[in-house]
Design a protein around this ligand. Structure first.
Ligand code: NDP
Length: 282
């Protein structure tokens, strides 16, 4: 019994401590970050800039990207460039990766983070929105990974996929979004196995996030839940650290790890608690 308790305690302590970051490893690293005009992606760009990385950022709004690039330059990025693109357009994902590889002379990290706007509400039956969101939040990730893989193979690089607890378990108000995150888990989880079986140089990190205090997320959940949100800059550092240390999966905040561990133990209690996190009047 004692051995079991000691092993369990060591396991919990390890998970709590999480991976550590060697900032030197990111100096000059060539990184493409998607969805970097606002929110967590913007914070990832600033932190990478502070570590002296070379960054290409992308999103749709050119003016905002320009401002983020200027700030990255001020923070110490070796190089900071942007390309405006719409991931709802099936030719843009490949175009963005090719731009980054061309301008940076290769690629070390592909950070897939963007999401299209989607209502946080009861599903209204809009199939077209779900189809479009699949292109933006899922298929564009697959397209970018496909284009980047041969380049990352050469640089022993990494793909970092920003996902959500809603890609691991279901909750109300996010059917199209949650579907895209489950799809990411299925696709990139499978790719992790296949790359490992082929002794590939490329690592894939899937980052599972809980509620983060970005403007977009806070606006969506306003009045619907009192779940505590975690800071976006900490989430960004966690994502960078997990990718740089080539973790297969990472959780932020740490409580998400335990939630996803025990999610199938008592399904009816789980579902009762999930529904009670939200305020809804029928
Ligand atoms: P935001 O909504 O703040 O940012 C989304 C980014 O994606 C913006 O830069 C936006 O820029 C860009 N974007 C939107 N539509 C498109 C498009 N069609 N083509 C290209 N880019 C687009 O998101 P967060 O920072 O909150 O979330 C970032 C990641 O973290 C996401 O993967 C999300 O699922 C994950 N996550 C977030 C949580 C949270 O609570 N915030 C919780 C769990 C996971 P622009 O409008 O200029 O195109």
């Amino acid at each position: 019994k004692l051995v079991f308790v000691a092993v369990a305690a060591a396991f919990v302590a390890f998970q709590w401590r999480g991976p550590t970051l060697d900032p030197e490893s990111l100096k000059g690293a060539r990184v493409l970050v998607t969805g970097a005009s606002t929110g967590i992606g913007e914070q990832i760009a600033y932190q990478l800039a502070g570590f002296g990385a070379q960054v290409v950022i992308t999103a749709r709004r050119e003016k905002v990207l320009q401002q983020v690039v200027e700030k990255c330059q001020g923070l110490g990025a070796q190089k900071a460039l942007y390309l405006a693109a719409d991931m709802g357009n099936p030719s843009d994902p490949e175009r963005v990766v090719k731009f980054a590889v061309d301008k940076l002379g290769g690629l070390d990290y592909l950070v897939l983070n963007h999401i299209g706007p989607s209502p946080f509400a009861m599903w209204d039956g809009d199939v077209e929105h779900t189809r479009w969101l699949m292109q933006v939040n899922f298929l564009s990730y697959v397209q970018m990974a496909k284009t980047a893989l041969p380049v990352l193979e050469q640089s022993k690089g990494s793909i970092v996929v920003v996902s959500s607890l809603l890609g691991k378990m279901c909750s109300p108000f996010a059917a199209p979004y949650s579907s895209t995150k489950f799809a990411l888990q299925g696709f990139f989880g499978t790719l992790q196995h296949e790359l490992a079986m082929q002794n590939s140089n490329v690592s894939i990190t899937i980052c599972v996030l809980g509620l983060i205090d970005t403007d977009a997320a806070m606006e969506k959940v306003k009045g619907l839940t009192n779940i505590q949100a975690s800071p976006a800059n900490e989430a960004a550092l966690h994502i960078i650290t997990s990718g740089a240390s080539r973790q297969t999966e990472s959780y932020y905040p740490w409580s998400c790890y335990y939630i996803s561990l025990i999610r199938d133990w008592f399904p009816s209690y789980r579902d009762y608690f999930i529904r009670n996190f939200y305020q809804y009047e029928h």
